[in-house]
Design a protein around this ligand. Structure first.
Ligand SMILES: C[S@@+](CC[C@H](N)C(=O)[O-])C[C@H]1O[C@@H](n2cnc3c(N)ncnc32)[C@H](O)[C@@H]1O
Length: 361
């Protein structure tokens, strides 16, 4: 069994996360105005000259993290400029980039924006544990990372499936238990690390309320990975026991499920808790079949497959070996293309949820 921690494809190459993360970037951009507004309305800037500490949890290798951080720093500077009680220039920004230890921090730091107005440091380690001293961070951001669990649920028998999707009640329950334990630990750690009045801003992949947690989710793309792995097992190219012991540590909660864990924690005021992006061509209302031309769909399938590969190649390769992973991602564009062709309307991307929490005073 592999390490079961995910890292995005590093480096600067064709298959890297750096060059295949525009879908994530587009989704983060949907919250830019809300982030500015919440900093303007809610963030308490210290009255004395100070260092303002910001951390991005699950930053990957860029460039998306730099966009998120720039929005935050610009909004904080704008707030300082507008305020009569703050002296412009008296504040400096320290930004901490956090991700798993295996993340390609070298590529991240090689790509830092040259004209940034903030100091930088890496903080490697899981955000499900403590990462910072008490009362030291003014603003936490986490974009499209919190749907990754700390690990797959232990002891689950879910033969031939890589996830609770399609796995039935037992698999759903096991994933739900892991999700609640992880988010509880995450919120507890951040509540210690935030200064009073500090903000915790999160965007993550979620689930529509009308979706059963075990409904097969082609919008999550790994349903395609699962079907290819089954093919490879049937062809004798991958081992059945490897498939049976592989569970992706991902859970996409509803807004209500996530909110419940926040309320149980009790340390935060909830300013925003909502679905902000219903997914591309939301609820299956997409381009009609007749609008779809082969080259478009072919290119889209390739593009989405590269994006999927940049996220999942490491975790699949770690468990099944590099050759099997290579074959999975070689077959993926055609599998996705055939899937597109078979749909009466364009399929959706999963929705995203946006939460803004403030540590209670
Ligand atoms: C899809 S990427 C998103 C990266 C970036 N925030 C963006 O918007 O493009 C998710 C990132 O979360 C990181 N991640 C997942 N679980 C983590 C954990 N427990 N602790 C720290 N980072 C984690 C992954 O390594 C990955 O880099």
């Amino acid at each position: 069994m592999g390490k079961a921690a995910v890292v995005m494809a590093g480096g600067h190459g064709h298959n890297s996360y750096k060059h295949n993360s525009k879908y994530q970037r587009t989704r983060c951009a949907t919250t830019t105005d809300m982030v500015k507004e919440v900093i303007h309305q809610k963030l308490e800037i210290p009255t004395e000259a100070a260092t303002i500490s910001v951390a991005d949890l699950g930053c990957a290798v860029g460039p998306n993290t730099f966009h998120s951080i720039q929005t935050v720093v610009d909004a904080m500077n704008a707030k300082i400029k507008r305020s009569s009680s703050h002296q412009v220039g008296a504040f400096e920004f320290q930004v901490f980039f956090n991700d798993q230890i295996g993340n390609d921090f070298n590529t991240l730091f090689e790509s830092l924006p040259p004209n940034r107005q903030y100091f930088v440091a890496a903080v490697p380690g899981s955000f499900y544990s403590r990462l910072f001293p008490p009362n030291s961070i003014h603003y936490f951001n986490s974009s499209l990372a919190l749907h990754w669990l700390s690990r797959a649920p232990s002891g689950l028998v879910n033969k031939g499936r890589v996830h609770c999707h399609g796995g039935g009640a037992e698999a759903v329950a096991a994933y739900g238990v892991q999700f609640r334990a992880d988010i509880a630990a995450f919120l507890e750690a951040r509540a210690v690390e935030l200064v009073r009045g500090g903000l915790l801003v999160m965007l993550f992949v979620c689930r529509h309320e009308w979706m059963e947690p075990d409904a097969p989710r082609y919008d999550m793309w790994f349903a395609h990975i699962e079907s290819i792995l089954r093919e490879l097992v049937a062809e004798g190219e991958a081992r059945e026991e490897d498939l049976d012991s592989f569970q992706l540590p991902i859970y996409s909660p509803t807004v209500g499920e996530f909110r419940e864990v926040v309320e149980i924690n009790g340390s935060y005021a909830i300013h925003v808790a909502e679905k902000v992006d219903e997914g591309w061509a939301s609820n299956g209302v997409g381009k009609e079949q007749e609008d779809r031309r082969k080259p478009d769909l072919d290119e889209l399938a390739r593009d989405m497959s590269r994006a999927t590969r940049a996220v999942f190649e490491d975790i699949v390769g770690d468990h099944f070996g590099k050759d099997v992973a290579g074959e999975v991602f070689r077959r993926l564009p055609e599998t996705v293309y055939q899937f597109f062709l078979a749909q009466p309307t364009m399929p959706t991307l999963p929705p995203t949820a946006f939460f803004v929490l403030q540590k209670k005073c």
